[in-house]
Ligand binder design. Structure first.
Ligand SMILES: [Mg+2]
Length: 410
């Protein structure tokens, strides 16, 4: 079996999204996704990775991941290359599931559960204005989510306070005002709603400690990225200073960046973003590394529907999967997932259900390909074994005189 064609698909309506389809000579079509910088991602896929993969066995996922990573690591691996690898990797797992007629979680070792608790990130789309409502009256959103069976929510309510000084200055009065959304939630629904705060990496360490300590009175579900994950020791300090667990985070790319945070105890909750950090292959390994440190895994979302499907397979499989991020404004009846994929994800009683069917369990709707704002790029030419320098082009062999020598590969 061979990979015959790799496509990238963009829609003007969703300028951050890249969908990837990988075709095989067996008729399978694997689907992947990543988010942000779609032109750079398409460049990486068609210029660098497609020539490496066309003509190759789609089932050699581990080998392909390492070949792509080693190529990308010629210049530091994170960025558009890592996002491209992530999208390709999901599509290859989808193909493996279709060939074996199994959901991906069964290929990862089977299911530990058939559903995972989900939390809502208060984002807005169409009629659902959870972000604006959260900023005005978080208690109202908490009540509305509880009505939907969802008892955990997250948003970034410290961002407006960080903007003027890039997180350097925070007055005592503003610190108090920053607590207002938590007071609103507790007044409205008591402790029925768990709340996580996402700091979006906007604070310096000193202010992060002040914010974390001030919020500790409310029993926060976690504190995520109060500081950027660029300094392991600062996260160790933060974790020691505040009571809420420190969550790290969607910006860490690959097991190699997570390793430092796990080894130092700086990540009390591990939040890989599957479509950035290296796909299903890498997220499974990060989850296992976290398991060895007794750290729960809570995959990151607020992006596209294929990510949620891919994360769902990790969440069903990984023993230490804890909660899954989803956005009701996106997946709900007036959201946009319904217009892109079929079937949609299913959230029931605050839980994301296991995908059904072989592979990923969803595909792009045929309507997507008829849209006037759809742009597709396609690659179907192999680049050869020596393409791009990830192998030397030479080999060591034993010559006719019985001596070891080097020659150019034929
Ligand atoms: Mg975040």
């Amino acid at each position: 079996m061979k990979i015959t064609r790799i496509e990238t698909i963009h829609l003007d309506e969703f300028p951050a999204a890249t969908w990837v389809q990988i075709h095989t000579d067996g008729g399978q079509v694997g689907l992947g996704e990543t988010w942000f910088g779609p032109r750079a991602v398409s460049g990486a896929i068609h210029e660098i990775f497609s020539p490496m993969l066309i003509g190759k066995d789609p089932l050699a996922i581990e080998r392909h991941w390492r070949d792509m990573f080693d190529m990308a690591n010629a210049f530091g691996f994170a960025g558009a290359e890592a996002r491209a690898i992530s999208a390709i990797d999901i599509a290859l797992w989808d193909i493996a599931g279709q060939i074996s007629q199994q959901p991906i979680y069964n290929l990862l070792g089977g299911a530990c559960r058939d559903r995972i608790p989900t939390y809502n990130t208060n984002a807005s789309y169409g009629e659902v204005r959870d972000l604006e409502l959260s900023m005005e009256d978080a208690g109202t959103v908490a009540k509305s989510l509880l009505d939907d069976g969802i008892s955990i929510m997250k948003w970034a309510f410290t961002d407006p306070f960080a903007d003027p000084s890039r997180g350097m200055f925070l007055s005592d009065n503003d610190l108090d005002l920053m607590m207002e959304p938590m007071r609103q939630v507790r007044n409205a629904v008591g402790k029925d709603m768990a709340v996580a705060n996402d700091g979006h990496g906007r604070w310096n360490l000193q202010n992060a400690i002040r914010i974390g300590k001030a919020m500790d009175q409310f029993g926060m579900f976690w504190q995520e990225e109060l500081i950027q994950p660029t300094n392991v020791q600062n996260h160790v300090t933060l974790a020691h200073e505040i009571e809420a667990p420190v969550c790290v985070s969607e910006r860490l790319i690959s097991k190699f960046q997570f390793r430092e945070y796990l080894r130092e105890g700086a990540a009390e909750i591990v939040m890989p973003d599957l479509i950035w950090t290296g796909g299903i292959t890498e997220t499974k390994k990060i989850a296992t590394m976290a398991e060895a440190e007794d750290a729960p895994v809570a995959p990151h979302d607020t992006t596209g529907p294929v990510n949620v499907f891919a994360c769902a397979h990790i969440c069903m499989n990984a023993p230490n999967a804890w909660v899954m991020e989803t956005v009701r404004a996106f997946y709900g009846p007036t959201g946009w997932y319904n217009r892109i994929i079929e079937p949609n994800i299913i959230v029931e009683d605050g839980h994301l259900l296991a995908p059904e069917g072989p592979g990923l369990g969803t595909k792009l709707k045929s309507d997507v390909f008829d849209r006037s704002d759809m742009h597709m790029e396609s690659s179907d030419e192999p680049g050869g074994d020596h393409w791009g320098g990830f192998t030397s082009g030479y080999e060591v062999y034993t010559n006719d005189d019985g001596q070891r020598a080097i020659r150019k590969r034929s």
